[in-house]
Structures are given as structure tokens and as C-alpha cells.
Design a protein. Structure first.
Length: 535
């Protein structure tokens, strides 16, 4: 059963005739502790219930300032907020759903200039990045501990799921959870995938699945979110995301970036903007990855034969059959790879040719962002982490990137001065890549190369520079640093996997540097691009 409760409808008030309703998201340190709002040194109790928890509500006099406190069973204050609050606007009769010991509920983010047409889906309450949501999972604790203790073993568990942000509560009694990702499973904080029971008509704001990304390879916990902001600016369809504090059975699990999982609903909402409503009307979809480092196993769209059996289906995973025969699931994609193989980049009309086969603008913009961010685990460098989707409305292929954790040089790799013509020209493990979509379309043809350089310059001028992104970064720092510090303080020593031993100092250094930081990378890359491309 799903509950969708607006704040104005949710008020477990101790006095229905009082002037204002106070609502607090909080997890008590002891099971018999509770919370109250303190006004002029007087306590007014807040109440919860099994169905409402962790949201506490109560009524009290409208006040110019107030704060929340935790009290024990005897009514003694055991913890107080170190700051006072006020209503977000005059005349308000209810607070937002506020989080205990977090002063700011809504953060006004600086706008990132729209460089190309905005292709984002309709705004969703799930992915409001101006606020940090709270997710509370209820699950068999022993089974959950076992799943996290064996992250390489595929397991699914039934969970109760509750999502609370400033003005929305969403709850479902039954969903499924599993460990998500591949290489990220080697860390002691893992990413998680949550699927909702669509057979019962249940989705999370029209999303059947979400991911809670652990951000364990990034001390800033910001690179993926910033990468998505840039893709939005340049008009590349991508998953949206927002931050969330996650608790399990009332205990902290950590701070995560919540994103939509790329499944059928993503294409219906984001690519087709609701114009296709029947899943059966979607086109062919392939999730494509690279093989192991140092081998020739790359999902690089290289043509090697005319039959599905000629290809490694571990690299080319068909997720929507589309117009393909059931026994030849790669037929459409092979046709595209054959066209790419046969095309002579020395011929004229390159832009016109590829506009008939591929969303050329979308692909080139994706590649510009990969280069600008020094992304080493995506398509250009590793032929990894992307989807190819045949859009049945436009009759062309679309390139959809995914998983942006190893970006902004990952804070480790040198080479901010590396030119785009040198970028990704040595494979991990050695050797020169033969990735035809890069080599032919970006490097090989004069017309498509000119188009790429124009996009690269435009993106650098409008969005990928310190003047635009530093303000966004600084605001993210203000928004998330307390929760990052909280996440890094959690004891995960009992979990298997690598512990990067991040601290709040690691967070700050990864952003401000002076070396190998988000800001220094952006500054260096932005200064490098105009020197590479003659005006």
C-alpha cells in the first residue's frame, strides 16, 4: 500500500486548536526517547507512530524562533539543537518537514546556464536537488547484514520503503533491495538498487527502480551530481539525482546520491517525454560495457560479423528487444555497426550522413563532456558505461551515458593539459584503441570534427568554467558537508571491502585543492580548450 501524504494533510497534533504545526524528521538515540519543540524555554511534545515514523509532529504556539530537542522517557532533554529556527515565511501555519540538527532544509542552488535545448523530463518530487531527502528502510536486519557482508553474491530482500522530503511523504510496504554496481562492490560502503512492485501498480513517482549510489570512490561525493548538471546544460538525456540520508531500521546507513535506474520508464519519461506510453512501443536498447583491462574485449561498436552469435553478449546486453528477431537480438545494432565500419571518413557530407543514423549532436555533446571532465571509465577511453537506444520516433540511434563516478580526473589522474586529440589514446593496460565512433566521427571526418570542436568551445564558454561551476560547487559544499562528515564518521569496519578512509578534510581538499581537485581541474581544462582550437 502506498501513502502519498502532503504536509498540510499530515498533522498529529496534540492540540488541534493551536496556531502552528511543527514537523520533524528524527531518529532517537534510545527507543523510548522522543522529541519536542522548544519555544521560550517551554517544551511542546511531538508525536509519531509506527506508520508515521521517522516523522514527528505536534502543535504549539506560532513563534518567531524555536528549536527541536530530544528528550528521554522522564522528559529530560538529552540533546538540543545548537541553533534556533524560524518559519520560512511570515504567516506560515506549519513548518516544512525539517531534519533534526540540520539548520537548512531548502538550498537555493545557482542556475547552471542552459547551453543547448533542455531535454530534462518533467520535474519530479523525487529528484528535487534543492533539498536532502530522508529514506528509511525496514528489513530483516540479519538478512540485510548478510547481504552487505557478501556484496559479490546476488541477493534480493523485501523491504519497507519510506521517502520524506520537505513537503512530501511517500511510503510503500513492500519493495525489493539488492547490492548494485560492479567495481564499486569492492568497497565497504556499497551502492544499492531498489525496485518497486510494478505488478501492483507501484512506482516511485513513475520510476519503477532507483539506485542509491554510495560515492565511495569520490571524496567530494559531488562529481556525479555535477556531471549530471553539465549534461543537463548541454541537452543530453540523463538520469536526474538528488541526495538522501539513508537509515535502516532506525539506524544510519549513510549519505547517498539517489538516481533513477535506466529502465523502460526512463525512455518513456526522459527520451520520449511521455509521447510513448506503451512499453511495447519502445525501440531496441543495449547496455554496453568494456571487458577486462589489458584485453581486446571492448564494447566499442566495432563490426566483427553479421550475426548476434559473433559478439560477446556479456558486453552487448540487449534489454529491450524492439524490432529484432528473438533469436537475433543484436540485428539492428549490427546494422549500425556495419554502417559505421563501411563509412569512409574522408568522404564529404559527414554531418548529414550521421544525422540520418545517429543523434549526432547528442553523441558529440556527450563526448565533449567526457573530455572536459577527464572521464576515464566511460566511452571515449574505455568504451564503457553507456546505452545505445534506437528511437522509433526519430528512426535514429541515441547514445545514453551512465555512471559518472570516475570523472573530473577522479582526483588522481594527471593530464589536465592533455588535448582532446591525445585524450584516451592509450588503453588501460597499454595499446592504442580502435574505437570507430571516436576515431572516425570525432577525429577522422573534417565536418564532424568541426562540429565537435564547435560544441567543445561552446560548452567551455557557457558552462564548463570556473565562473559558472565554482558557485554551484560552493553551494553544494554548504548543502552537503554536514552529511558528508556524518557519513565519514560512521563505523563500517565490520563490512568487507576497501575503506578509503575519507574525512571531512579529504572532502574539502578534493574540492578546493590546490592540486587535483574539482576546481583546479575545471580551471585547467577550461583554459586549455581555447588554446587547442584555432578561432
Amino acid at each position: 500500500m502506498i501513502m502519498f501524504i502532503l504536509l498540510v494533510l499530515f498533522a498529529m497534533a496534540s492540540n488541534v486548536f493551536a496556531d502552528a504545526v511543527y514537523s520533524l524528521i528524527a531518529f532517537p538515540a534510545a527507543s523510548d526517547n522522543s522529541f519536542a519543540v522548544e519555544i521560550d524555554n517551554k517544551l511542546y511534545p511531538l508525536h509519531t507512530s509506527k506508520t508515521a515514523f521517522p516523522l514527528w509532529s505536534g502543535s504549539a504556539a506560532d513563534a518567531s524562533s524555536y528549536r527541536y530537542v530530544e528528550v528521554n522517557s522522564e522528559g529530560t532533554v538529552v540533546k538540543s539543537e545548537k541553533f534556533t529556527r524560524s518559519f520560512d515565511h511570515s504567516g506560515a501555519t506549519a513548518t516544512l518537514n525539517e531534519f533534526f540538527e540540520r539548520k537548512t532544509t531548502i538550498t537555493k542552488l545557482p542556475i547552471v546556464k542552459q547551453t543547448y535545448k533542455d531535454v530534462r523530463p518533467k520535474a519530479s518530487p523525487a529528484f528535487d536537488d534543492s533539498q536532502i531527502a530522508t529514506i528509511h528502510l525496514t528489513v530483516d536486519q540479519a538478512a540485510f547484514d548478510k547481504m552487505l557482508g557478501e556484496p559479490l553474491v546476488e541477493q534480493k530482500l523485501s523491504i519497507g520503503f519510506k521517502f520524506i522530503n520537505a513537503n512530501v511523504v511517500y511510503s510503500v510496504e513492500k519493495a525489493e533491495i539488492k547490492v548494485s554496481g560492479h567495481a564499486s562492490r569492492k568497497y565497504n560502503k556499497v551502492s544499492l538498487g531498489i525496485e518497486f512492485d510494478t505488478t501492483k501498480g507501484e512506482t516511485f513517482f513513475d520510476r519503477p527502480a532507483i539506485k542509491l549510489r554510495a560515492e565511495r570512490t569520490d571524496a567530494s561525493m559531488m562529481s556525479e551530481k555535477l556531471y549530471t548538471d553539465i549534461l543537463n546544460s548541454v541537452g543530453v538525456p540523463t538520469v536526474q539525482g538528488s541526495y538522501a540520508r539513508v537509515y535502516v531500521n532506525g539506524k544510519p546507513l549513510g549519505f547517498f546520491l539517489m538516481v533513477e535506474n535506466i529502465k523502460e520508464a526512463f525512455f518513456m519519461n526522459t527520451v520520449h517525454h511521455g509521447e510513448i506510453k506503451d512499453v511495447k512501443a519502445l525501440g531496441s536498447l543495449y547496455k554496453i560495457n568494456s571487458g577486462k583491462s589489458g584485453t581486446d574485449r571492448w564494447g566499442a561498436l566495432g563490426y566483427i560479423g553479421s550475426h548476434t552469435t559473433d559478439y560477446d553478449l556479456g558486453l552487448y546486453k540487449n534489454q529491450i528487444l524492439g524490432a529484432n528477431p528473438a533469436n537475433d537480438a543484436m540485428k539492428q545494432l549490427i546494422t549500425f555497426m556495419k554502417e559505421l565500419h563501411d563509412w569512409n571518413p574522408a568522404s564529404s557530407g559527414g554531418v548529414e550522413y550521421w544525422n540520418e543514423h545517429l543523434d549526432l549532436q547528442g553523441f558529440l555533446r556527450s563526448m565533449a563532456v567526457e573530455y572536459l571532465t577527464g572521464a576515464w571509465d566511460l566511452f571515449w577511453w574505455r568504451a564503457n558505461n553507456y546505452f545505445m537506444y534506437f528511437n522509433p520516433q526519430r528512426k535514429i540511434w541515441q547514445f545514453i551515458p551512465t555512471d559518472f563516478d570516475h570523472t573530473f580526473s577522479d582526483g588522481r589522474r594527471p593530464g589536465v593539459e592533455t588535448t582532446y586529440k591525445e585524450f584516451g589514446q592509450t588503453l588501460p593496460g597499454g595499446g592504442k584503441p580502435d574505437f570507430p565512433l571516436v576515431n572516425k566521427v570525432i577525429y577522422g571526418n573534417k565536418e564532424t570534427n568541426r562540429e565537435f570542436e564547435t560544441i567543445l568551445l561552446t560548452t567551455t564558454k557557457n558552462v564548463f568554467n570556473s565562473g559558472v561551476l565554482d558557485a554551484r560547487i560552493d553551494t553544494y559544499v554548504t548543502q552537503i558537508q554536514e552529511d558528508v562528515a556524518w557519513d565519514y564518521s560512521l563505523d563500517r569496519s565490520h563490512r568487507p571491502g576497501v575503506d578509503p578512509h575519507w574525512t571531512i578534510k579529504s572532502f574539502q581538499k578534493s574540492i578546493n585543492g590546490p592540486d587535483k581537485s574539482l576546481k583546479s581541474w575545471i580551471k585547467g581544462r577550461a583554459e586549455s580548450v581555447p588554446r587547442q582550437i584555432p578561432s
